[in-house]
Design a protein around this ligand. Structure first.
Ligand SMILES: [Mg+2]
Length: 213
């Protein structure tokens, strides 16, 4: 399973952090907009070196990254029922792993804060394992950490049509796209299933007949 905007709502956490940071630093609405746009898709320590220069911030890039990491972890929350579904999947015999792109420090902080680490069999963070989705190698490593080799009867659950769905499909996994209410409008093969949330995706997997798992 993907982490950001699949198991946790990253978009909402970014919005909350930008609001807190903007208030603390007494920044303008335009600066808040700049922060939101810079952090929308992904953020790395280097992102804050750029933002520091663009917004004239006093703190070092390292201090800003640390502030962001702590704030994002504080706002990393799973939708109600998500962790219980992970437990149910494992009780039904599934191995559940998280495969996420991003820096190890912040992804691990979010996983810990959201309580996910105690409910999965394996965690793969791109910076840590040296492969990023959509590379097949990332999926191979995640499968291996879950205790099996690809190709296998494995599913990927994620919100990103390219990194999660196309990447997993190319690696031989079946796919569930987390739509959050969006329609699928991407060229290329569609996901095997569309679910609005991670809870809905887990319920779909729990309802599969044994033979199609
Ligand atoms: Mg995601």
């Amino acid at each position: 399973m993907d982490l950001d905007d699949t198991l946790i709502n990253r978009g909402r956490a970014v919005t909350a952090w930008v609001a807190d940071f903007t208030a603390d630093q007494r920044l303008s609405p335009e600066a808040a907009q700049t922060l939101t746009e810079a952090l929308r898709e992904r953020a790395r320590p280097e992102t804050f070196a750029d933002l520091r220069a663009a917004l004239g911030l006093v703190e070092s890039a390292e201090e800003l990254w640390s502030n962001y990491l702590i704030g994002m972890a504080a706002n990393a929350v799973c939708e109600s029922g998500t962790l219980a579904r992970l437990d149910l999947l494992r009780a039904e015999g599934w191995s559940v792993g998280v495969l996420t792109n991003g820096p190890t420090d912040i992804q691990r902080a979010k996983l810990a804060a959201a309580g996910i680490l105690d409910h999965v069999d394996a965690v793969c963070i791109s910076e840590d394992v040296g492969a990023r989705k959509p590379e097949s190698e990332a999926f191979r490593i995640a499968a291996s950490r879950c205790g099996f080799a690809l190709p296998a009867d494995a599913w990927m659950v994620g919100d990103n049509p390219v990194t999660d769905i196309a990447g997993a499909g190319a690696a031989g996994l079946r796919t569930i796209w987390i739509s959050a209410g969006r329609g699928w409008s991407v060229p290329g093969p569609p996901p095997d299933h569309i679910a609005e949330t991670a809870v809905d995706a887990a319920d779909f997997l729990l309802g599969l007949p044994e033979m199609s798992r």
